[in-house]
Write a protein that binds this ligand. Structure first.
Ligand SMILES: [Mg+2]
Length: 693
């Protein structure tokens, strides 16, 4: 069954809406999902339209009001239609569609929140905006009742415009999370070469059945999960497991769909297809983590949760007081409306987005990309940072660490012979050896004869010398015996987590070359910084315990969780969270994506896979791990700004509420307070520029 890449729903292939994009057919549950997939920017465009509409409305209404004040529109002011001022009518006509069309999403959000017995920002804004609009309507159509009420319509749409602007800024920063899943689905190969009656037939991946035998040529992606039935090759599984050294595959070994067959022709029997494959399992985990991580209640919403009931209480008391003391319902009602309106500040809508925008701008200077507000708010309580090993803490490719020599060979000679043997090879260590040789300045001659011995190593000849380079089995097969000391050297290197290979020249062991995926340059310093910040640091890897511990010791990491399968990483994060830890996960691979989505803060390495970057809340553009600490410090500073902004956004209004309650609120004062608090919030956010990281 195919899956809707937008909402993640499993859909019926026959009934679903289909779109062919590139060489792949996508299935969607609805036209809306299909449109969103084809044009992910659509929703953003709709938001931009609403913001523009509201801002234009504010400008035109303000212009009208100013013109009226300056006496430029005497004719209009004097004009009355059935007793209603033409100016008021014009203001009402301009404001009404803004309140109801541009603001519809917010009213709807408020309705949904109230239905769930929750009070959020939308509730406060809807109350304020509708109070202002109602106030304006009353004073327009019943001038006798609301003669003092002019100016509130403008304030209502100004609030709306600012809030919409804030939401637009936030949405621009946070891109669609669906993108991660979309990219995961693209990793899946589209066709398979299935053997039918001895013939290779190209079939769509959707038509491959369990038990089918398919052929994978060198350089091709393996179409689906299976087990090798013939052939011998090395397979690059980095895309799924994150491990950089290709894995030898022989008859009976399992292979994973979407991994790359490097050297030999393989015939594979499909064991898992469609939804059951390892890749789809990862897709499910990412989806699950993304949807289970219900957005944390934003700080602004939490404050509003206390603020709104307090405002309603004050409004109710003031209304009762005025009703009893003046005996006039309309006077009391106007006081009620003005309290509700003044309680809802413009600055509130932009308090969080402007701080985040400033944080994003600051981070960009350092190559630290903040992807959205929720991560910034999560960093507050962070106490544990979990690192993936390969490609995150380490360079992700092996480099030569040791060259041991025997007989009378010199280090240079050993390296040169090994380089000759590896020159034409696709062996996992070939690249490391050739890099070391070119660094040493060798001009490596071509071998006269060359033969790869899959699973064992290589055999070559040069200037009448027979060169063998490979593992113990290669030596055994060629009847070369290892001395006790050679064996102990080999074991020692292996204990350090290194891959060690033997070189034999003309039937005698000449040297050992060992290679290892080494830590990135700044990794140790980065770990130290995090520890100094009081954070617990752990390493999570699919690699074996020995290699993992070797790297952890070099970097000063105390907690090592090794032998973790790609789809189990997310469970490790869940377990830490169930112990009450607030976790940041740092990773680079497809296998890290579910864990990145599950962690409160997902930090993706910029040189990593697109999927990791789409899933992470913070992306480190440069390959410098010290940016993890920078990202955390920056997020905390941004959070402080959000708090300050919220405080100042609320304080002016909190002070104005008693003024409104005693019936003294003048719209000019209200507008002034709102303008001042908005200005304050914007400039306070801008001071984030001064932060030193
Ligand atoms: Mg990795």
């Amino acid at each position: 069954m195919p899956r809707d890449p937008v909402c993640g729903m499993v859909v019926d292939a026959d009934k679903a809406i289909k779109r062919k994009i590139g060489d792949r057919t996508y299935h969607f549950c609805s036209e809306t999902c299909a449109r969103t997939y084809e044009q992910p920017e659509r929703e953003l465009k709709a938001m931009r339209r609403r913001v523009t509409m509201a801002l234009l409305g504010v400008v035109s209404v303000a212009t009208l009001r100013v013109m009226a004040m300056l006496g430029l529109t005497v004719a209009i002011m004097a004009l009355k239609i059935v007793g209603i001022s033409a100016l008021d009518l014009a203001l009402f006509v301009v404001s009404t569609p803004i309140v109801w069309i541009a603001g519809w999403g917010i009213h709807h959000g408020a309705y949904k929140a109230l239905k769930n017995r929750a009070i959020n920002m939308d509730v406060l804004i809807t109350t304020g905006v509708l109070a202002g609009w109602g106030y304006g309507a009353v004073s327009t159509f019943f001038p006798a009742l609301g003669s003092e009420g002019y100016g509130y319509l403008e304030i209502a749409i100004a609030i709306l415009a600012f809030v919409l602007l804030g939401k637009f800024i936030e949405e621009t920063i946070r891109r669609r999370s669906a993108a991660a899943i979309r990219k995961l689905l693209k990793l899946q190969p589209t066709i398979a070469r299935v053997l039918k009656d001895g013939q290779e037939v190209e079939v769509s991946i959707d038509d491959v059945q369990v038990g089918d035998i398919f052929v994978v040529k060198p350089g091709e992606k393996i179409p689906t999960d299976g087990v090798v039935v013939s052939g011998l090759s090395s397979v690059d599984e980095k895309i799924i497991t994150g491990e950089s050294i290709p894995v030898e595959k022989n008859v009976g070994n399992e292979v994973i769909g979407a991994t790359i067959n490097k050297t030999g022709l393989l015939k594979v029997k499909a064991t898992k297809v469609g939804e059951d494959t390892a890749l789809m399992q990862i897709v499910h985990l990412v989806e699950e983590a993304q949807s289970a991580n219900a957005p944390v209640q934003k700080l602004a919403d939490r404050v509003v949760g206390y603020f709104v009931p307090a405002v309603f209480t004050v409004a109710a008391i003031a209304f009762s007081y005025w009703l009893i003391s003046s005996g006039n319902f309309s006077t009391a009602f106007l006081v009620l409306l003005s309290i509700l309106l003044i309680a809802c500040p413009c600055a509130l809508g932009i308090a969080t987005p402007t701080a985040i925008l400033a944080g994003v701008g600051k981070g960009a200077e350092y190559g630290v990309l903040l992807r959205g507000g929720e991560y910034v708010e999560n960093v507050r309580k962070l106490n544990t940072v979990v690192f993936d090993k390969t490609g995150t803490l380490t360079k992700g490719e092996p480099s030569v660490t040791d060259i041991l020599t025997f007989e009378s060979y010199k280090e240079n000679e050993v390296l040169e012979f090994v380089a000759v043997a590896e020159k034409g090879s696709e062996h996992p260590l070939a690249e490391a050896v050739l890099k070391a040789a070119s660094k040493a300045g060798f001009n490596i001659p071509d071998a006269e004869t060359f033969e790869a011995v899959p699973g064992h190593g290589v055999k070559a000849s040069l200037r009448d010398h027979v060169i063998l380079f490979g593992n113990r089995r290669l030596m055994e097969e060629n009847k070369i015996s290892l001395k006790g000391s050679t064996e102990s050297h080999l074991t020692k290197l292996e204990e350090q987590g290194k891959t060690a290979m033997l070189l034999a020249i003309d039937g005698k062991i000449a040297g050992i070359v060992a290679a290892m995926d080494t830590p990135k340059d700044n990794a140790a310093e980065a770990i130290k910084q995090l520890k100094n910040m009081g954070l617990e640091v752990a390493m999570l890897t699919g690699d074996n315990e020995r290699t993992a511990k070797a790297i952890a010791n070099q970097l000063g990491i105390d907690t090592v969780i090794a032998n973790v399968l790609p789809w189990e990483k997310v469970n490790v994060i869940k377990k830490l969270q169930s112990e009450g830890k607030v976790v940041a996960m740092v990773g680079d691979g497809v296998n890290d994506a579910p864990a990145l989505a599950q962690a409160q803060v997902g930090i993706a390495i910029g040189s990593g896979t697109d999927i990791a970057k789409e899933t992470g809340g913070i992306v480190l553009i440069k390959d410098d791990l010290r940016d993890v600490a920078r990202g955390i410090i920056l997020s905390k500073a941004t959070m402080r700004k959000i708090k300050q902004n919220l405080f100042w956004a609320f304080i002016y209004n909190t002070v104005s509420i008693p003024v409104a309650a005693v019936g003294l609120l003048n719209p000019i004062i209200a507008a002034g307070a709102m303008a001042f608090s908005s200005l304050f919030v914007v400039s306070n956010s801008a001071t984030l520029k001064l932060l030193k990281l």
